[in-house]
Design a protein around this ligand. Sequence first.
Ligand code: ASP
Ligand code: MG
Length: 436
Amino acid sequence: MKVLKFGGTSVGSAERIKSVAELVSDGERKIVVLSAMSGTTNSLEEVTRNLYKKDNEGANKVIDELEKRYLDTVEHLFSSGEYNTKGKGVVSTYMEYLRSFTVDMFTVYEEKAILAQGELLTTALFYYYMQEQRKSSVLLPALDYMRINSKNEPDTRYIENNLKSLLEKYNTEKVLITQGYICRNAFGEIDNLQRGGSDYSASLIGAAIKADEIQIWTDIDGMHNNDPRVVEDTQSISELSFDEAAELAYFGAKILHPTSVLPAKLANIPVRLLNTLEPDASGTLISSKQEKNRITAVAAKDNITAIKIKSGRMLLAHGFLRKVFEIFESYKTPIDMITTSEVGVSVTIDDDTYLDEIVTDLNKYGTVHVDEDQVIICVVGDLVAENKGYAHKILEAVKHVPLRMISYGGSNYNVSLLINAKDKESALKALSDKLF
Ligand code: ASP
Ligand code: MG
């Protein structure tokens, strides 16, 4: 059994919803995970922001716009009067629910419930469309099986057991439709897997049911070997390993959410990135197989801040790095890259919410220097030590670019370079020219 996830743009209009319905109706049994129609979750976030500010009028305005868009979708989606009425009814019900918070109480608990409405509404419309087309399907409510624990980690046992009983209950159904992104938390309240979390949903579902394959459908032909927004003539990568995919997803390739690689990797379930606009193209296959002797791809992560701490006290001292890391930990700020010398350490962060506090604390341990507007260039491939000459090739390609940090050897698959944002385009182009 396969798990197929369709992102917001793939269900972003009546036309796109129709193509997805066609695509999933090949007679094979599968779980179809849907995101909310593109832009919906952003709008719902705007609604909650307005509600927090007690700007009920503002919230209602966003809800009105959302309603207009969904009603328009219903109009174009259904051909029969019966389903048109049903679809409009469903849209109204959801919108009335959203509006209820502009008159009733609104707290942080309701925020998560509001954010969940996009996926719920999109799957409801999709299910009605399948019915209208006389394509048999069933809705698997994500809130009945997807759960995170008190540490905000997926409760895998619970997910497995509950999905198992649902699959048994519907053991002859071919198309099982479910919501991405949404879940319950340890208290049973509605929660979510963070923005962009539908990929994670698909991966968790795939791992839980031991799927044959997890398919992530978007509207590009798989993962590219460089950033197509910056470099012309990038190529889609036909195969890459879980480790390479994880590095690329984390360091900039937008096509796959970084959290979604791990569950698939642990359960060893291949992930295929496919294109709804070109459904027959083979896309990118991510599996445990590592291609040898090649550099696979380059990605860039923007808005990075580099922090250098220099201290005579680091010399021959132990415990210095621990103290430095503890400061970042106390502000829940993850570190991406690290380089060290005997008298200093440089780290990068992409969340600078607590930068001032971090710098103040670090000042106790040495001289601190901050560089903003940095970019991490991440090169992935078969970069084990024995594979000589690749690091040289990479550095040779960017010899015209000032390098603030270089990180090699952290894994067997990655070399990361930290450069100024203004040099990003030139670095990415040079790497494509020299490496591919
Ligand atoms: N709808 C959610 C979001 O926009 C989840 C997703 O699309 O993956 O973040
Ligand atoms: Mg996405």
